[in-house]
Design a protein around this ligand. Sequence first.
Ligand SMILES: NC(=O)c1ccc[n+]([C@@H]2O[C@H](COP(=O)([O-])OP(=O)(O)OC[C@H]3O[C@@H](n4cnc5c(N)ncnc54)[C@H](OP(=O)(O)O)[C@@H]3O)[C@@H](O)[C@H]2O)c1
Length: 327
Amino acid sequence: MKYRTIGTDPTTRREVSVLALGAMLFGSVTDETTSFALLDRYVEAGGNFIDTSDNYAFWADGSQGGQSEELLGRWRRSRGIGDEIVIATKLGARPLAPGTGFVDNPEGLSAKVIRESADRSRERLGVSTLDLLYAHIEDHTVEPQETVEAFAALVAEGTVGLLGVSNHAVWRVERARALAAAAGLPGYEVLQYAHTHLRPRADVPSGLFPDGSLGYAGPDLIGYLKAEPGLTLVAYSPLLRGAYTRPARMPAEFDHPGTPARLAVLRDVARETGATVNQVVLAWQIGGDLPVVPLAGVSSVAQLEENLAAVDLELTPEQRARLDAVH
Ligand SMILES: NC(=O)c1ccc[n+]([C@@H]2O[C@H](COP(=O)([O-])OP(=O)(O)OC[C@H]3O[C@@H](n4cnc5c(N)ncnc54)[C@H](OP(=O)(O)O)[C@@H]3O)[C@@H](O)[C@H]2O)c1
């Protein structure tokens, strides 16, 4: 395994594995035995960066979520896991009532929600400190100052380590970070967005996120990362939920003339290296100039092994240049 640092403050920054493990479906779609086997194997391979959320996976059973955090809590206890494993969680997109969703009825990012939801997550995970807590989606009903101060209060009292943000317009991230910096408070340092090698169309409307975006890291976010070296991009859905190997799953936003060219280069590099396309995507993200941590979900140990092996796949500068340049 290889590692990289997330965060800049010496008291809260962490060393995490370059491949993160998504636990979104653990405890709901993925049963407990399989989930534990996946977690055990990931840790055995040196992985220490696990991702969940307070609302995972509410859609699986019409609940408000929490099954993933609860499973991780049971796994931590049964394995005697301590500080060595970094578990990131999120708040803000938990449905306020069973049978509703985060589009129509989200908990949001008020000071009250931030305090109460963080406490519930600590309890479900069985930890005194949340290693990394993200704002999951935008909340247009709350002043950013309130959100910034509420997150910072949790850091100050030691119940949260690092702060992160997901699925927000870049200008809102910058505004929140600027407000925090001006007040001498900790701000978001880890940015979690959908990111893979294929590029989505920007003109496909989303009903999911408040600003109508699809949650992808676009050129504006990549530019922001370049300008702010202390930030890390955690790339969710890097494998397009299995679409690289099962094309029927390819999301509509990738149905455009740029996709075949990018797929062709991925396949060429896969052939040259003897790796799979999935591995080339992960290795391309891991070894690039920008700090990107792919966050992949898996439902079998075979998938996990394939993804772990990508950590040791070294692309040549020439292969990387071809992957970067293709339009
Ligand atoms: N911040 C956010 O809003 C947000 C949104 C979505 C996800 N996430 C996080 O990101 C994590 C990963 O996201 P994701 O599950 O959407 O995307 P993903 O990692 O792109 O897709 C995971 C799925 O891809 C398939 N897969 C994985 N490895 C494979 C392999 N080696 N070969 C073939 N198929 C493979 C599996 O599908 P099958 O199980 O069907 O075989 C697996 O369940 C989640 O667990 C969650 O923690 C965050």
